[in-house]
Design a binder for this molecule. Structure first.
Ligand SMILES: Nc1ncnc2c1ncn2[C@@H]1O[C@H](COP(=O)(O)OP(=O)(O)OP(=O)(O)O)[C@@H](O)[C@H]1O
Length: 309
């Protein structure tokens, strides 16, 4: 409702997700895009992928053909080129580089580890780099939630951010991380693009990205605007091919992040205990609220707060 009121004032610039825009086109009286002059798509390759295709088509159908269109992204796809053919007149492509590249001030590493010891390696690296701010990427909401809980059980200030959280909870998590009251943000790819938090020192790919272009967006959350930063990608026995694809996309062979296996193995017992507690907390939450309730088991974890490693 409040958005409708703002739109009634005929703003010059509307910034929206495609779905929300269509919602207003269809349901908000007096709102129309018929006089639109400029269409800007940030993260254009994402907006143009399957998830948004129908929405984007609907928008393109109603806006004037005579307009300027700007498409931005760190990574482009053939889909964008398709759209250039379908919806753009005289397109011009501006590229900073002909290949996908990451910035020089980003030190990128990988660690080759057995899948079952991922949690131990993560805790070990977080201890070694203590004092830094981390974004850790997981492939699923469940994993982001589980690892956040696990880290909290070990006394590390971690907070999850994923698509199963309400917008309010997401903003709350982000603010806690931005204000440095949490040092570790456990995120899914909802956080891989656009987030501009200058103090992020290190990005960890706990789960390797399945689409290698996502790697570029993820590691771009650190070393922004001339700052330096680190990225560490976990590569398990199942991820070798995906990792090779990433290396070939960025045109670099990455060095291994040095780890001491014996020291990592000394964590096994404490990490297993924290895993067990995380599992129990999640089961308890599911029982209480039903299977969808992965959102807020953190309060229970906070009550436990195991010893600082
Ligand atoms: N010319 C500039 N000089 C100094 N700082 C800049 C300049 N341009 C942008 N910045 C800063 O760099 C940071 C990153 O900018 P921005 O978020 O626009 O990047 P982006 O290319 O959209 O990144 P991504 O798409 O990967 O999220 C911001 O904090 C912004 O204030």
């Amino acid at each position: 409702m409040s958005q409708s009121l703002v739109l009634a004032k005929k703003p010059h610039i509307v910034i929206a997700t495609p779905g929300r825009l269509i919602d207003h086109m269809e349901n908000t009286k007096g709102f129309s895009l018929r006089a639109l002059k400029y269409l800007v798509m940030d993260e254009a390759d994402r907006i143009l992928n399957m998830d948004f295709e129908t929405e984007v088509d609907k928008i393109l159908k109603v806006i004037p053909r005579d307009r300027r269109t700007y498409l931005f992204s760190a990574t482009m796809t053939k889909k964008v080129q398709k759209l250039q053919r379908a919806a753009l007149k005289d397109p011009v492509k501006c590229a900073v580089s002909t290949k996908y590249s990451t910035v020089d001030k980003l030190q990128q590493y990988y660690v080759f580890i057995p899948s079952k010891y991922k949690d131990c390696y993560l805790v070990s690296i977080l201890n070694e780099l203590a004092g830094n701010s981390f974004i850790i990427f997981c492939s699923t909401c469940n994993n982001a939630q589980r690892v956040a809980l696990l880290l909290r059980n070990l006394g590390i200030t971690a907070i999850p951010l994923h698509g199963q959280m309400s917008q309010n909870k997401r903003l709350g998590a982000l603010n806690k991380f931005k204000s440095k009251s949490r040092s570790v943000l456990l995120a899914t790819d909802v956080a891989s693009r656009g987030l501009d938090i200058p103090h992020v020192d290190c990005v960890i790919n706990y789960d390797i990205p399945t689409h290698s272009k996502d790697y570029i967006h993820r590691v771009g959350r650190t070393a922004r605007a001339g700052r330096s930063g680190k990225s560490i990608t976990f590569v398990t026995q199942y991820d070798v091919e995906l990792f090779q694809r990433i290396e070939s996309l960025i045109g670099k062979k990455l060095p291994a992040f040095p780890t001491q296996e014996e020291e990592v193995m000394m964590l096994v017992e404490r990490v297993s205990e924290a895993q067990r507690f995380a599992r129990l907390t999640r089961e308890e939450m599911r029982r209480r609220k039903g299977p969808q309730s992965v959102v807020e088991p953190m309060a229970a974890a906070a009550r436990y707060m195991g010893p600082q490693l």
